[in-house]
Design a protein. Sequence first.
Length: 281
Amino acid sequence: MKVAFYVSDKSREQMLARAFISGVVRQGDEGKIISRGAFNGSVGKFDVVGFFGVKSLKLFDAHREADIHTLMFDKGYIRRGLGGTGREYTRVAVDGHHPNLSLKRYPKDRFERIGLGLSSWRKKGRHIVIFGSSAKYHNFYGLPGPTVYAEAVVRVLRQYTDRPIIYRPKPSWREAQPVEGAGYSPAREPLADVLSGAWAVVTHGSNACFEAILFGVPCIVLGKGIARPISSTRLSDIESPRLESIRARRQWFANLAYHQWTFSEFTSGQAWEVIRCEINP
């Protein structure tokens, strides 16, 4: 199998590309690192191409149209320090922005080693949190700007609930601003604080839904977010959101843990061995 990784000039991306391609070669496949700046719209003779983040929309579209498998790398769902793991993970999605966690049932060993507790579903709560995304994310999915989108979600929610609504934009998005009809959670406010006492979370696809489900807060996922398989998908469900069984949630977490990896796991080829099986079941 021929694999390429398109990389920017950012040092972390270059380190990731080198680690990943080293693992590809260790598993007996061909690997090549290419500068993202060299991409001119035409695709090479590769079976799989990797790149980092939703900023790589042109790469994603060009290779998808050519029926070449894509690997989108991004920050892990489980971040360094969460639950005292002491590790830093990078997630990998095959042929999409988020992994398809419904493809198979993965073992629970990776998630169990991380040692994160899983809270029971919260049955009481007062407010609703809208988790926003970046402008790059909205561009990738062809959505209106984050502020306009959040305002529209607030208006629809008001048809189904009188609960207080808090808008939490993506902390790294510098153009974030409050929206009409909702309270505002600034970037400096810890995520755990805004989730404290929350009835439910609404998002198109923010990764913050991972923490929400970990803490037992039900989610409504309107797009292709990672938590969609175990969440409600309609705003009209806000007063009775979907509450999957503890068994289903544990399996979801187990599947998620097999779609994010450390640098050492990329370098050793362990990550590529699993990813390759998803490309060629």
